[in-house]
Design a protein around this ligand. Sequence first.
Ligand code: NIG
Ligand code: FE
Length: 408
Amino acid sequence: MTTLFTNIQTLVGITSTSKLLKGEEMSKVQSIDSAFLLIDNGKIIDFGPQTDAPLRADKSIDAGGGLVLPTWCDSHTHIVFGGSREQEYLMRLQGKSYQEIASAGGGILNSAKKLRDTDEETLFQSALERLNEVISYGTGAIEIKSGYGLSRESELKMLRVISRLKDVSSAEIKSSFLGAHAIPTDYADRRQDYIQMVIGMLPEIVDDGLADYMDVFCDQGFFTVDETDQLLQAAAKYGLKPKIHANELAVSGGVQVGIKNHAVSVDHLEAITQEEIDALLASNTIPTVLPFVSFFLNIHYAPARKMIDQGLGIAIASDFNPGSSPCGNIPLLMAFACNGMRLLPEEAFNAVTINGACAIESQHHLGSIERGKKANFIITHPIPNLEFMVYRFGANHIKDVFLNGKLQ
Ligand code: NIG
Ligand code: FE
């Protein structure tokens, strides 16, 4: 059944080749003013100027003079968790650092305790609520990590919850196994035992189709470069590619070990050297930056401006999680990326659409307006342009979200 969308003020984010946009390409967004969009069977089949619109379709929908944009691809989140951590937020406002709180048993270990005490159904329902919340902001694809389990039982519980979210949601979901998020306290003196436990879970996880990627928190006070290498090499034997956390707290060597192991992306990069930027330029690994973390932890922003100026293609993700970024609102994230990192709205837009899709390897069916791609798109309230959406930050510009051609 064909559905024709008319009265589109501007159709934004058209591509003809689905590949990572790099350097200067990131500032270009292709669009058509006064456009139509035709979908059929959950896919985009045609679009163009309103004057070329087909005369008939099975159904017609008036877009109300809004913009039509592809839905966001949020390539890094932790939306499955057992409880919020606003007490730690207060501690940080009173002067404690994220690392101090973490080494006193807060942070990821606090989330692991909360997760252990939450039953699977409650975990699923709360994650589904968060997922539906971010869909209402326009997210149509999302990567979700485990990593608050830190035991065989709890990690599997998280992965099963992500798998159930895949079954029930119209959003496209990719799952990453982040058993190596932190060393649990009872393994503090025997790190290798914990690492072997994580590696030992891989056959079951892969057999049951519970993960698409392997993640490791390679950073000061968490996992070393050698440990990360060991974990990623083990995952590769089971066909799991890396998407890793690197260089949030310090220059960790995580970028190089990620590239060495053919990581799809290395994420965070608040601390990054020129040498690492050069290594990324010579690789296929996508640098992913997380502006909400810089805002919320009050640390400096990843030098995304410099990275793009030197020719890199970056993705931007929310990192929605209870500790360092309790927010999954992508339009707001774009505003933070522009202000905090000095990006142009077009660069931020490409970083959360086509480049975000590349960072979860979904660029051939998501991330832009292209014939044959999934009919995943947003209709905004009538606003003048993309720049206005970012400039008028905090307002709700999203009117309707369609996933696989269906209104959410
Ligand atoms: O991406 N950096 C490591 N992990 C997560 C959040 C950890 C937390 O719960 O505090 C992140 O920031
Ligand atoms: Fe993260």
